[in-house]
Design a protein around this ligand. Structure first.
Ligand code: G3P
Length: 215
């Protein structure tokens, strides 16, 4: 499973990349707004740092405007993936962008039927928002399971990108279900590595190492 970071913060991307495990980046308007910087400028900087896929979301909700924005975003770098919301005009745009060879990440997916439409339109990625489904008492990972099974059964090439990840257990479940990608906020990435038994065990080893004769 590929690991993406869900952020527009360049410092967070640099830190995650220092571990050597970063496969890509996803952004959204909320995350870019937090940087206080222009959309294109942030994305250009991210694409200079990261060679894997970088998702950049359109702000339009009508077909013609989405297409214009998508083509413009795609000029930033070859690794740009255009994020399109899962609405009727968006699905139409995904079909056209796919025909033009522009990669897409269909965002705000909350049902298997939405996922089917995105795949039939030729989406490169589908982003089920697991945390937001959990927030309203639904089971976000159940949607991931439905999407993974559907895409395998019908040979859809669309990759399941688990988004709205809130905890390490979402990542464990994504792995168990065979998701293609999980996009993870910086705070959760930090939690993936830490375990109290590792810390306690290392402290003990370092203490005991002092008793080993030098020669
Ligand atoms: O990038 C989209 C998604 O990961 C947002 O997550 O936590 O705002 O639901 P969240």
């Amino acid at each position: 499973m590929e690991l993406f970071i869900d952020t527009a913060d360049v410092k967070e991307i640099e830190s995650a990349q220092a571990m050597g495990l970063l496969d890509g980046v996803t952004t959204n308007p909320t995350l870019v707004a937090k940087t206080g910087r222009p959309h294109r400028e942030v994305l250009e900087e991210i694409c200079e740092l990261v060679s894997g896929p970088v998702s950049a979301e359109v702000h339009a909700v009508v077909y013609d405007e989405m297409m214009r924005e998508a083509r413009e975003l795609a000029t930033i770098a070859p690794n740009i993936v255009v994020k399109i919301p899962l609405i009727e005009e968006g699905i139409r745009a995904v079909r056209s962008l796919s025909d033009e060879g522009i990669k897409t990440n269909v965002t705000l997916c909350f049902s298997p039927l939405q996922g089917m439409l995105a795949a039939k339109a030729g989406a490169t990625y589908i982003s089920p928002f697991v945390g937001r489904l959990d927030d309203i008492g639904h089971d976000g990972m159940a949607l991931v399971e439905q999407l993974v099974d559907m895409y395998e059964r019908y040979d859809f090439e669309t990759k399941v990108l688990v988004a709205s990840v809130r905890s390490p257990s979402h990542v464990v479940e994504a792995l168990r279900l065979g998701a293609d990608v999980a996009t993870i906020p910086f705070g959760v990435i930090a939690k993936l590595i830490h375990h109290p038994l590792t810390d306690a065990g290392l402290a003990r080893f370092l203490e005991d190492a002092k008793a080993i004769p030098k020669t």
